[in-house]
Design a protein around this ligand. Structure first.
Ligand code: 5RP
Length: 217
């Protein structure tokens, strides 16, 4: 199977975790795009979704799935999303699709975070994938200087404006041995909205698709 087929296999496996009448938290990205397609096939079974990006909202609505405002939902049983890197501790780097802030908010509300990945996303140590940081535009240069002090090489993701009107710095050359600590440190920098480390609230269930099928961690 190629990588897209593996992404699809992991995404389809997440459908088994959707309970009747659920409101489903939906992430962003190419793996989640397969999940949304699958959700379309069982849309009669669910109330609808809470979305983590304009892109996913458009895909959900195109399939006739109702999209609820997070503020109008008291609780979410499940959030399904992909990752750019994930460890055995279920800590992740996310934000390759620039949707990290809304993803982190929806994940915070959800009781269960189901992460869907192909096996190429599994790593021993986070940081090979540049860490995305969402930044208020006027703080871009200041935040970049602070990120250099933390040992990274930030690169402005040119031409990208997030759904929240902000910019992304991708931080290269980090070897992230303590993701819980670094997540907090970066979020303390004035002007940072959030960073793509999902360690304080990691995944609960990981569905990894590989040559031997989909494994649950
Ligand atoms: C978007 C994300 C995605 O989950 C992450 O980039 C993985 O994407 P893909 O499923 O396309 O590989 O965090 O902000």
């Amino acid at each position: 199977m190629n990588q897209n087929e593996l992404k699809k296999a992991a995404a389809m496996a997440a459908l088994d975790f959707i309970q009747d009448d659920a409101i489903v938290g939906v992430g962003t990205g190419s793996t989640v795009a397969y999940f949304i397609e699958g959700l379309g096939n069982i849309k009669h079974k669910v109330q609808g979704a809470v979305s983590s990006s304009e892109d996913s909202t458009n895909k959900l609505k195109a399939l006739g799935i109702e999209v609820f405002e997070l503020n109008n939902v008291d609780s979410l049983d499940i959030y399904v999303d992909g990752a750019d890197e994930i460890t055995a501790h279920k800590h992740m780097i996310k934000g390759g699709g620039a949707a990290l802030t809304r993803e982190k908010i929806v994940a915070a509300v959800a009781k269960t975070f189901v992460c869907v990945v192909d096996q190429s996303k599994q790593v021993d140590v986070l940081g090979q994938f540049p860490l995305p940081v969402e930044v208020i535009p006027m703080a871009r240069s200041y935040v970049a200087r602070e990120l250099v002090k933390l040992g990274g090489d930030p690169v402005w993701r040119q031409g990208v404006v997030t759904d929240n009107g902000n910019v992304i710095l991708d931080v290269h050359n980090l070897t992230i041995l303590n993701p819980v600590e670094l997540e907090g440190q970066i979020n303390q920098i004035a002007g940072v909205v959030t960073n793509g480390l999902f360690a304080r609230r990691g995944a609960d269930i990981v569905l990894v698709a590989g040559a031997g099928g989909v494994k649950q961690l």
